[in-house]
Design a protein around this ligand. Structure first.
Ligand code: MSP
Length: 649
């Protein structure tokens, strides 16, 4: 039988800067769902990528003295590294600068133009440069951009338009016939009240004022304006309009586009209208999640309040961060991120509840049975609740996942973990261990615990892909008992299961001390790193600015004495008159100069180099010399008329 497919996407990210924890939130959620569906046996296509065109990118690259492509290449490499670090299991990564995408977008644009869905006109309106969005007067909030709250400017230019207004009725009908198309439900009301009811206006889909975009091939003064380019990624990445991929028929329509709430409008109005125009089926669902806020509001680089996911992952482990993101915030609502709530969750849920359960159980199997349970069993009614809970867990978790209730899904898993900890208190294995006649009962208790841990950890895999295998190693779960089928029923572990104590899964963190250190680490990570600017000439070192050059103090100095350094064939020790009281420099020029050739000559030295010891001799600076061909070195001598100590600029 053919596997059922599941196609899930994240938004494609702007490579305008390093991504922050808010971006990671969306991607981790999509990854968790993708992994869950794979566990369930679906044939999953999980797509993410980058949205690389537009004026903002062009401006940033220009300010950095780079081409837009060179600039985005660098940022995109960083984004890919982040997803790797966070264990994101995307099947495909699309860049809107990929050739196949660009060509497909040109085809889509042309087709829409030829069939009259795109027409040429003139755009007059309010434009928000940072958001690259045109707004109507009625959409502005207090005269400012409704998305970011910044100033907008009056703009007009020749442009192509997508006939969005013509699709209003069809869209409303579609929403009525597919009440689950948008989720959470509140988003549907927002879209109807804020955008559909005031009347849909045609959408500007080309620009002439910047060049960094996909050219409209039949009118090359224009580049395709961001949303037509960006939204099409969901189908071009499957091979629509190109020959790079061939699974459009297999995966389209998407099961879900996961997006942040501020881009819901694009995904639930513009994108469906575009698809209608292209005669394609609509995605089954667009889910608009909320924002991760900091106490001061939404995270943004311009506010200087971003949280760097790399710092967090390096300090606490990727799974702790994934867990926190998926547990703390009701999916669909906004939630506040704070270092304190992160560390508290790690300590209480991961170190105390999960970590302790695993380590206590494994330790007891080792202590009372030398690591391997005996076959004898003695069940009691007290066991039934725990067993029933473990047995019912799979379907409860699946049901929550299907309803995008990711925190609730985790909540169910942790209910079993807490119940298991309570079961330890109820059954008091330490007391059973003292009584030889209770061996079978003790083995039963420990088996039930190991089996509950197995069930919980298998279902945790999509959330914490690194932790689950660590648990299996300790608890003695073979690979074949980590499948979806294996958690349908209780009692799968072999009766004589063998455990192996391992390292602590989640060490407890000292909250007060850590809060301070974390804040410092976060600040340090935000310091801009020195960027290397390639020089225009191949073979020349990366560019530096004049300030960097001026940090070096170059002086003229006269060689007053010169002797070889014992035991170092290449070194000469020189005494210099540097016009500042004299100094000693050791230089590796012995193969090319005899001491007597040098005495009395004037040279250039780097006078402010940190002194070093070379073969036991202190060197207070460096003499400038040129590489004058293969294995030849020439010291740069200065005319005798230049006084010792003269500064060189
Ligand atoms: N390029 C567009 C998307 C085009 S999709 C065809 C874009 N990019 S973005 O990089 O600005 O944002 C990508 C996603 O990150 C959005 O879904 C956005 O909501 C999400 N987030 C950015 N900051 C966020 C938080 N602070 N919290 C949660 N999600 C956030 O929009």
């Amino acid at each position: 039988m053919e596997k059922k497919t599941f196609y899930i996407t994240t938004p494609i990210y702007y490579p305008s800067d390093k991504l922050h924890i808010g971006h990671a939130y969306c991607t981790v959620a999509a990854d968790t769902m993708a992994r869950f569906k794979r566990l369930q046996g679906y044939d999953v296509m999980f797509l993410t990528g980058t949205d690389e065109h537009g004026q903002k990118i062009e401006d940033i690259a220009k300010a950095k003295g780079m081409t837009p492509k060179a600039y985005v290449d660098g940022v995109v490499a960083g984004i890919k590294d982040l997803w790797k670090l966070m264990n994101i299991s995307n099947d495909r990564f699309i860049r809107t600068t990929d050739d196949y995408h660009e060509q497909a977008v040109q085809k889509i644009f042309k087709r829409l133009y030829e069939q009259g869905d795109i027409y040429k006109g003139e755009y007059k309106g309010k434009y928000c440069k940072p958001c690259e969005s045109f707004w109507t007067d009625s959409q502005l909030v207090d005269g400012k951009c409704p998305d970011c709250g910044r100033e907008v400017v009056e703009a007009h230019e020749e442009a192509y338009f997508f006939r969005l207004s013509a699709y209003a009725d069809r869209l409303v009908k579609y929403y009525e016939e597919h009440p689950d198309f948008m989720e959470p439900q509140s988003r549907l009301n927002e879209m109807i009240n804020n955008f559909i009811k005031p009347g849909l206006e045609d959408l500007c889909v080309s620009r002439t004022s910047f060049k960094w975009g996909i050219p409209v091939d039949f009118d090359p003064n224009h580049v395709v304006y961001v949303w037509v380019d960006a939204l099409s990624n969901y189908i071009t990445a499957l091979g629509y309009g190109n020959d790079k991929y061939h699974d459009f028929d297999k995966y389209w329509p998407a099961d879900v586009h996961l997006v942040g709430k501020e881009i819901m409008r694009f995904h639930s109005i513009i994108w469906p209208a575009m698809l209608m125009a292209l005669d394609l089926p609509l995605p089954k669902k667009v889910f608009g999640h909320g924002w991760l806020l900091l106490e001061g509001g939404k995270m943004s680089k311009s506010k200087g309040n971003v949280v760097d996911p790399v710092v967090l992952c390096n300090r606490y482990g990727v799974d702790a961060i994934r867990y926190f993101l998926m547990r703390e915030i009701p999916f669909g609502s906004d939630g506040v991120f704070s270092n304190e709530s992160l560390i508290t969750r790690i300590n209480s849920d991961l170190a105390n509840d999960l970590g302790n359960l695993v380590s206590r159980t494994v330790s007891m199997v080792e202590k009372y049975f030398g690591g391997t349970l005996p076959v004898e069993r003695e069940a009691e009614p007290l066991d039934d609740e725990l067993i029933a809970m473990a047995q019912g867990l799979r379907d409860k978790v699946a049901d929550n996942i299907d309803r995008f209730q990711l925190p609730q899904a985790l909540g169910e898993i942790f209910k079993l973990i807490s119940r298991s900890n309570k079961y330890i208190d109820e059954t008091t294995p330490w007391a059973l261990g003292k009584d030889e006649s209770k061996r079978a009962r003790l083995a039963t208790v420990l088996y039930n615990l190991l089996e509950s841990i197995r069930v919980a950890s298998v279902l945790l895999t999509p959330f914490m892909p690194q932790t689950a295998p660590k648990i299996w190693e300790q608890v003695g779960v073979p690979q074949e008992l980590t499948t979806w089928e294996s958690v349908a029923s209780f009692g799968q572990l072999p009766a004589e299961v063998t455990v192996k104590k391992g390292e602590t899964l989640f060490p407890r963190i000292d909250l007060a001390k850590e809060l301070q250190e974390l804040e410092e680490a976060m600040k340090a990570a935000q310091q801009p790193k020195e960027e290397k600017k390639e020089s225009a000439v191949p073979g020349i070192a990366p560019l530096i600015d004049i300030d960097t050059f001026m940090k070096g103090d170059l002086r003229v100095a006269k060689i007053v004495e010169c002797v070889p350094v014992k035991r170092a064939k290449k070194l000469l020790k020189l005494q210099l008159d540097d016009g500042l009281g004299g100094r000693q420099v050791v230089s590796g020029i012995a193969p090319w100069y005899k001491p007597e050739d040098l005495v009395g000559k004037k040279v250039i030295i780097v006078a402010n180099l940190q002194p070093v010891k070379l073969c036991g001799e202190e060197s207070q600076g460096m003499i400038l010399a040129a590489d004058a061909g293969e294995n030849d070195v020439k010291v740069l001598f200065v005319d005798d008329s230049v006084p010792a100590g003269s500064k060189i600029h």
